[in-house]
Design a binder for this molecule. Structure first.
Ligand SMILES: Nc1ncnc2c1ncn2[C@@H]1O[C@H](COP(=O)(O)OP(=O)(O)OP(=O)(O)O)[C@@H](O)[C@H]1O
Ligand SMILES: [Mg+2]
Length: 360
């Protein structure tokens, strides 16, 4: 019961992605999270879910059950990811007030941001900073007031309920649910100070997360990712989905070469992501002119495309690189080689599992 490997020191990160379910098990050893097991469903190009409804029906339950059996994990303690596109994250400023009042104020303020009735969403909030505001009248300082900056996360109750049912049906113990953006920030940035952007290119969607001084400041999500890139190749080359997938993953892709056959076909999908990076940089620069985005970290399976990161670096003039989701955890020797190629797909699951260990 008091053994070093007590099961409470383990956590599963469960990422229900569009292309598959990804589960990572971390164990705390000498206070460091260590990667000890994982399981992924589906082969290349298999689309398990194409939208929220499919994801949450019986198919998801069966699929998750199978992945859990395959993984044979040592704990049921689970942190579950909520896709960025199912959440709404916004920021508000309040005058200083006691915590008991904040809940009420958040609820009131949320009605301005959330299109659905407030009773239909689960709201979470966190104080992310304080600012001193000075008002000046006629050249004289009129007043000084302290304001609190608060981040609010809203998720439809229908989503959290369905996810809870899924957890119950698969007999997992839910430690927390977390929107994916926070998981990627934990895995790729941790407590590093400075200002960074994360671009998580998945199958169906790409998530953008701006983190400054260890706090998530802006998030965005667009419906373009690996699946759309594959479809562009399908149409352009007149081949089937499988063939297009393998062409996309091949070494022949070269986004830096305009004469490359595939480059022209996939530029529009990649262009949407490029435009969003530029837009986010502009928006953030206007809001916080003194904070320069130091690095853009790419993650997610679709970011593994050859020359992609170099292409974004060239087009944005920013310091772009692949994020390293293993930088803040230890890895059991037998997984080092396989993680070399699949760690970008596991970033969300790793970040989720880290949270489950953090809170102990
Ligand atoms: N080497 C590669 N080159 C290019 N694309 C790749 C490569 N390996 C995987 N992909 C693409 O990555 C995508 C899957 O990535 P990931 O597992 O991060 O998505 P997901 O989490 O299932 O999707 P979402 O986050 O949108 O729900 C697929 O579109 C796949 O084709
Ligand atoms: Mg994903």
């Amino acid at each position: 019961m008091f053994g070093i490997f007590s099961k409470k020191d383990r956590c599963l990160g469960v990422d229900l992605g569009t292309t598959g379910i990804k589960i990572v098990e971390l164990k705390k050893e000498n206070n460091l999270p260590v990667f000890i097991n994982y399981a992924i469903s589906g082969g290349a190009g298999t689309l398990l879910q194409s939208n929220e409804l499919e994801l949450l029906d019986g198919q998801a339950k069966d699929m998750l059950g199978q992945v859990l059996v395959a993984g044979n994990f040592g704990t049921k303690n689970t942190v579950l990811g909520i896709p960025g596109f199912l959440s709404l994250i916004f920021f508000v400023e309040f005058p200083e007030m006691p915590e008991t009042e904040i809940q009420k104020a958040v609820k009131f303020e949320a009605t301005k941001y959330i299109p659905t009735p407030i009773e239909e969403v689960s709201l979470g909030w966190e104080i992310i900073g304080n600012i001193q505001e000075k008002s000046v009248e006629g050249g004289q300082m009129a007043a000084q007031s302290r304001k609190m900056q608060i981040m609010v996360v809203s998720v439809p109750k229908s989503t959290t309920e369905k996810y809870s049912q899924l957890m119950k049906a698969t007999k997992l113990d839910i430690n927390a649910m977390e929107v994916e953006n926070f998981a990627t920030a934990r895995a790729l940035i941790g407590n590093d100070k400075g200002t960074f952007m994360i671009v998580n290119m998945g199958s169906k969607a790409t998530d953008f997360t701006l983190v400054s001084d260890g706090v998530v400041r802006v998030t965005r999500n667009i419906g373009a990712g690996g699946q759309e890139i594959t479809r562009s190749i399908m149409t352009g080359m007149g081949v089937d989905y499988e063939r297009a997938e393998s062409l996309k993953k091949a070494d022949r892709v070269n986004l830096l070469d305009n004469r490359n056959e595939i480059t022209g076909m996939i530029r529009p999908s990649i262009g949407m992501i490029l435009e969003e990076i530029k837009r986010l940089q502009e928006v953030y620069h206007k809001k916080s002119p003194l904070k320069k985005i130091e690095k853009v970290f790419f993650t997610g399976g679709a970011s593994k495309m050859k020359t992609l990161v170099d292409y974004f670096a060239k087009e944005t003039g920013m310091d772009c690189q692949m994020g390293n989701s293993l930088a803040r955890i230890g890895v059991e020797k037998k997984y080092i080689d396989v993680l070399d190629s699949i760690s970008p797909e596991l970033t969300v699951a790793i970040g989720l599992a880290m949270r489950g260990l953090d809170s102990k």
